[in-house]
Design a protein around this ligand. Structure first.
Ligand code: AKB
Length: 341
């Protein structure tokens, strides 16, 4: 029975999933979704079927395997860095064992349908780590193969998840009699902090940026938990979604790497506060440093070298710092909270 292949999105209820579902629907791509919670009302009508459950539940994955042919997976389910430091074992189970389940699922899909499954894996700048702030500042824009010394469980999980994906893609059961590698066409993106106008993040350490902007727009006071001179790379959510879709569509032969850095802009907290106060002069944004979360931010790079992504598949974010805030975030967030642009 020939069935039209569909896209599977895990962790579909999260920030990336929200925008990705909307974009895939506009592209006319049929999709199914999986998340621990039911799908939000505004998205339910955009997906063919939503499965409420865990990527750790192999029975639900087996059920999906019998019901759908899947040719593209966006594996978004994850426990992020801050939340992972309160429950490191759960983070490992979801981020590593859950990812292993999804890679095995993709392998079975590929074997049963006789073709490879493209597997998009959002990794993170959390895979990087530095001995101290001086080393971070000296390193500047880091390339993929240096400073892979994460200090969070999430970062460790994401780095290993990249290695697992490379194994499934290029070495799976390499000693077995039957050739069965390349059923999983694994592609990873190391995302910076992501800022969405539509949703607020939860459980991340880079959350201070979206939290500040949304608080200002809602007229709520907010204390940033890191120093004003803290600097890591960020990206507007539409660019993050476009980079996932762009990497998913590139012929494998054009890729020189399994995992890519992607960047857009790398502001200090001070630079972001200045833009926010220009837009919301009455904003009440203070500073109340959380030294433990500060140490995580200090372990992440000032910026990333994404030349491989730009050269191999034309990564070119639409938004820089000023346009992200002035053309995307401020008008969209105002519209969301006040109905005005
Ligand atoms: C986090 O803060 O944990 C994430 C990330 C940078 O990967 N937003």
């Amino acid at each position: 029975m020939s069935r039209k292949p569909v896209v599977l999105i895990t962790g579909a209820g999260g920030e990336i999933g929200h925008g990705l579902i909307q974009k895939l629907q506009l592209m006319g791509r049929p999709m199914i979704t999986l998340d621990l919670v039911p799908i939000a009302g505004d998205l339910a009508g955009l997906v063919r079927q939503h499965y409420t459950g865990s990527i750790l539940d192999k029975q639900i994955l087996d059920r999906i395997l019998t019901e759908y042919e899947i040719d593209l997976i966006f594996h978004l389910a994850a426990v992020l860095s801050t939340r992972g430091e309160f429950a490191p074992i759960i983070a490992h189970q979801v981020n590593v064992e859950g990812t292993l389940n999804m890679l095995e699922f993709a392998q079975h899909q590929g074997e049963s349908h006789g073709r490879s499954v493209t597997f998009l894996y959002p990794s993170s700048i959390a895979v990087y780590g530095f001995a101290n702030l001086q080393e971070k500042n000296r390193a500047g824009k880091v390339c993929e193969d240096l400073y892979n010394h994460p200090i969070t469980m999430y970062g460790c999980n994401k780095l290993y998840g990249e290695q697992l994906g490379n194994y499934y893609c290029n070495y799976y059961k390499q000693l077995a009699a039957l050739e069965s590698s390349m059923r999983v066409d694994f592609r990873g993106l190391r995302f910076p902090g992501l800022i969405s106008a539509q949703t607020l993040p939860s459980g991340g350490t880079s959350d201070y940026a979206p939290e500040m902007i949304h608080a200002a727009a809602m007229g709520k006071s907010y204390d940033c938990f890191v120093r004003d001179n803290s600097k890591i790379p960020f990206m507007a959510m539409p660019d993050a979604i476009d980079s996932l879709l762009q990497l998913a569509s590139v012929p494998r032969k054009d890729l020189s790497r399994v995992v890519y850095n992607v960047g857009a802009f790398a502001p200090s907290v001070e630079q972001m506060k200045k833009l926010i106060f220009e837009e919301f002069p009455l904003a009440q944004i203070g500073t109340k440093i959380d030294e433990k979360r500060q140490r995580i931010i200090d372990s992440w790079p000032e910026d990333v070298d994404d030349s491989a992504a730009r050269n191999d598949w034309g990564h070119a974010p639409r938004y820089d710092l000023n346009s992200a805030f002035r053309d995307y975030l401020f008008p969209k967030i105002k519209e969301q909270y006040h109905g005005t642009k």
